[in-house]
Design a protein around this ligand. Structure first.
Ligand code: SAM
Length: 286
């Protein structure tokens, strides 16, 4: 198996296959030998699990996933990587590549065709330019992941794992934590990548709740409210929601009173249970 954290090997591979790194596709590849085994260990609890990866790049994480999991399917958008991956994964028969954009994948069909009854862990060093869309796409899909262990930009990791009801939280925090528990696992400095990006990274794990916090029908108005509330964080929650949802203040005042909320409370002060109650109280009055 080629050592894909060795710079000489990486340069030789790139030269051999005339590959140049694309900034636009977020191609910063991991070169710290400790990180990919750690992601695989956090993400794959036992050899009965399968793994879905997005963006294998040269295959540095794919190799570690294939050593731990029963089967690995990696989705890659950049077809220039085809000859590279054919070489780097040749000794790993349980790893295969699907070519295409992850955001256009039919996950239900992919699960049925590739994984059968296996529990599936999602593991990836995500391209930074579409971290949130990918996470939301996976979390909103109709397939269930055993867990999602992902490398993201450090600031995004902090936001995703922040407590809902604290200043560090945002709309994406609520969207993610509505569906699962988010844990901050590991800091990964910028020097751990080639080419080195301008930002540091971190590994987080999202474990879906076994019982959903709210029904599918309740989640759409809740997320709409959350986007409106966080879009104008400096205003009071009442003013932010009134303009963001185009909702009369009398309706909001009644909903705030039902939830025992002060009229000058800020949106970022509301915890998950309060957000759920407030969304129900507003929706019931519309
Ligand atoms: N896994 C490798 C590693 O850790 O070194 C590469 C990770 S690199 C940060 C992100 C990878 O995602 C690149 O290989 C890039 O081509 C791929 N990618 C970018 N956008 C994608 C998309 N929409 N669908 C699938 N793969 C994508």
């Amino acid at each position: 198996m080629l050592n894909l954290t060795d710079m000489q090997t990486i340069r030789a591979l790139a030269n051999r296959h005339h590959f140049s790194f694309s900034k636009g596709l977020g191609q910063n590849f991991l070169i710290d030998p400790a990180v990919c085994p750690a992601i695989a260990a956090y993400g794959i609890p036992d050899a009965d699990h399968a793994a879905l990866e997005v963006g294998p790049g040269f295959g540095v994480l794919t190799q570690q996933l294939a050593l731990q999991a029963k089967r690995v399917v990696s989705v890659e958008i950049d077809r220039r990587l085809e000859p590279v991956l054919a070489e780097t994964l040749q000794d790993l028969p349980n790893a295969s590549i699907l070519w295409g954009d992850v955001l256009k994948l039919d996950l239900k069909q992919l699960f049925a065709e590739q994984f059968g009854d296996m529990p599936v862990a999602f593991c990836a060093n995500l391209p930074y330019y579409i971290t949130s869309p990918i996470l939301m796409y996976l979390l909103e899909s109709d397939v269930q992941f055993a867990s999602m262990t992902v490398m993201v930009q450090k600031e995004a990791a902090e936001r995703l794992c922040a407590e809902v009801g604290s200043r560090a939280a945002g709309a994406v925090t609520v969207a993610v934590q509505l569906r699962g528990k988010a844990e901050y696992l590991l800091d990964v400095p910028r020097e751990s990548f080639y080419p080195s990006p301008n930002v540091d990274s971190a590994v987080i794990r999202i474990t879906p709740h076994s019982t959903p916090l709210c029904s599918a029908e309740e989640s759409a108005p809740l997320l709409k409210m959350v986007k409106a509330g966080f879009a104008q964080r400096r205003k009071t929650a009442m003013n932010a929601l009134s303009s963001g949802l185009n909702c009369p203040k009398a309706i909001l005042a009644a909903a705030f009173a039902e939830c025992a909320l002060a009229e000058n409370v800020r949106f970022e002060q509301l915890d998950m249970q309060t957000l759920l109650s407030l969304s129900r109280a507003i929706t019931a009055r519309l």
